[in-house]
Design a protein around this ligand. Structure first.
Ligand SMILES: Nc1ncnc2c1ncn2[C@@H]1O[C@H](COP(=O)(O)OP(=O)(O)O)[C@@H](O)[C@H]1O
Ligand SMILES: [Mg+2]
Length: 415
């Protein structure tokens, strides 16, 4: 059986033989099997033709005329068209001729006279080899292409990794710098705090002694020298004593304020309702007027009980102070949602204040009422502000002149 050709597309064959009749009949035979065939009668024609029209397979007569050996044509054709498959055709087949042809790169050889079965079988094998070769080349080309892509991707990845490394390095050095700065600032802050502590300590202790002297000498003057003083003399001495007491209060409040900044928070669940009741009880015991106080039940928070107590003391004592002129003073501690946040409030129906200065109230020494109207040092709300801030909360106020005031504050939720 004659093997079927592998490729249905044109399979090109070049016949190189000095016998024109042989060439023409071979052409006819091959054309019957759909081969595209051309022939050349000598070596130089064959070379020229291969340059003009590349062929897949060349059948070369071993004896091309008297002067030319077909074997010599193999390297010439292969240099013109690498991969071309050559088949030697010889009338004088010997083992040496075959070896010589194969050594020069011939794919196979056929013996004259050609037998069609042998011819077609050999050609089929040759085209099969070509097809395999082409498949191999295509696969190699694809592999090379993939390799190139991979090399490209690899290079991109390497560049990306290098970039990331550099960024990481930058980040690390930035972090280190930041750490160093934080450490530096912490030391500075610690030193500043120590200085502040020393300063407030000396203010609190050293200033109190001369104040006590002023107070006690004024008292001696008032008691032991009362007869030598007239009314206005006594009045001035009274005012001296009141001023000394006021200054002592300021010093003590300032001291409290500075202590709060340095104090650490001991967090626990705090029952704000019962703490407020304690505060109010203690406060009412020190005064004459008894305001109407409403404290909502079950108000709970998480924080430092001692500090929160100080904040409540300040808010309630303000509420009482600034309602002291009312016939019926009302104070209320409650809780409500404000902008989605649980917010406590202390509300009173006292003298209120001008809303324009609402933010100022929390700064030390800022007072909206004079000493003649209401006594005070102007430190209380600054203390409240610091305590709430220390708990991560905030405090703000709303008021209207002669229509009361509300102080809002947020504190952490109890777990
Ligand atoms: N409940 C309140 N009603 C009206 N004004 C208030 C109230 N609480 C505080 N203020 C105003 O805020 C100022 C600052 O308060 P605070 O710091 O406690 O100082 P002090 O009570 O010693 O004056 C007060 O002088 C007063 O003008
Ligand atoms: Mg106050």
């Amino acid at each position: 059986m004659i093997p079927q050709p592998l490729m249905s597309e044109e399979r090109r064959v070049l016949i190189v033989d000095d016998d024109r009749d042989f060439c023409e009949s071979l052409c006819d035979l091959l054309a019957l099997r759909d081969y595209g065939v051309v022939f050349a009668l000598n070596a130089s024609d064959a070379e020229r033709m291969i340059r003009q029209l590349p062929c897949d397979v060349v059948l070369i007569d071993q004896r091309l005329g008297s002067e030319s050996n077909g074997v010599d044509l193999i390297p010439v054709l292969q240099s013109n068209q690498p991969g071309i498959v050559t088949i030697m055709v010889t009338a004088y087949a010997s083992i040496n001729t075959a070896i010589g042809a194969l050594k020069e790169g011939a794919y196979d050889y056929l013996r004259k006279p050609l037998h069609p079965d042998d011819l077609f079988a050999t050609l089929s094998r040759a085209f099969e080899k070509i097809a395999l070769q082409r498949e191999k080349e295509a696969a190699e080309a694809e592999l090379a292409q993939r390799n190139r892509q991979l090399t490209g991707t690899n290079a991109e990845l390497k560049a990306e990794i290098a970039k990331r490394r550099q960024l990481e390095q930058e980040l690390r050095s930035l972090n280190a710098e930041l750490d160093q700065r934080v450490q530096h600032r912490t030391i500075e802050l610690r030193n500043a705090n120590k200085e502040l502590e020393a300063f407030t300590y000396s203010v609190a202790h050293d200033l109190r002694a001369p104040l006590r002297t002023i107070d006690s000498f004024s008292k001696i003057l008032l008691t032991d020298y009362a007869e030598q003083l007239d009314d206005s003399g006594r009045h001035f001495l009274d005012r001296t004593r009141i001023a000394a007491i006021h200054m002592a209060n300021i010093i003590s409040d300032l001291h409290k304020l500075s202590r709060i900044s340095l104090q650490h928070i001991h967090g626990e669940t705090v029952d704000l309702s019962s703490l407020a009741k304690d505060v109010v009880e203690a406060l009412v015991a020190t005064g004459t007027a008894t305001p109407e106080v409403t404290i909502h039940e079950n108000l709970r928070t998480h924080g430092d009980r001692g500090l929160i107590r100080v904040a409540l003391e300040n808010l309630f004592s303000n509420a009482r102070k600034y309602t002291s002129g009312n016939d019926t003073a009302r104070i209320e501690l409650g809780c409500q949602k404000q902008a989605g946040q649980r917010t406590f409030f202390v509300r009173d129906n006292g003298v209120g204040f001008d809303m324009r200065y609402a933010a100022k109230l929390f700064e030390p020494f800022e007072r909206l009422h004079s000493d003649a109207e209401f006594e005070g040092t102007g430190i209380g709300l600054a203390i409240v502000d610091r305590i709430v801030q220390k708990h991560g909360g905030k405090v703000w106020a709303e008021g209207e002149i002669d229509a009361g005031a509300v102080f809002y504050f947020t504190l952490p939720e109890a777990p």
